[in-house]
Design a protein around this ligand. Sequence first.
Ligand code: FEO
Length: 171
Amino acid sequence: MLNKKLEKALNDQINAEFYSSYLYLAMSAHFEAAGLPGCAKWMQAQTQEEWFHGMKMYGFVHGRGGRVELKAIAAPPTRWVSPLAVFESVLAHEQKVTGLINDLVDLALKEKDHATNIFLQWFVSEQVEEEANASAIIGKLRLIGKDSGSLFALDNELGQRVFTPPPPEQA
Ligand code: FEO
């Protein structure tokens, strides 16, 4: 059974994951408006992935006898000055989420809740991948600079992304 401190902290994280989903949907809408459909599709996959993260925590809270209490999701920004600025915001956001996950792990250990600690390790690894993905795209956008042909090629590449939920044993 989850104790109240962890139940509250996991509920806060569920909100953070759904905010992430909403943020990436705002970025997808921004890219649609900016004529970069591949980047918009990449962000839609990211939106689905964050929704999956939120639902994974939602399921865990119930599975441990806790109560999920959903809160308002804050409005995300709607405009960015460039594709590079969007992906820099992604990286900054993911770094913030990594900090939140690390704080949750610290709390689980402090409360001696080993099941929650084990559950959270999946998110610890996931954050490494999330930060690496954003960093890799930032690197490419920096190389591209103002070369619109290369931006078009990157947009095509990013448009190949499809979100596939991990198999149940890893999820
Ligand atoms: Fe759910 Fe992007 O971390």
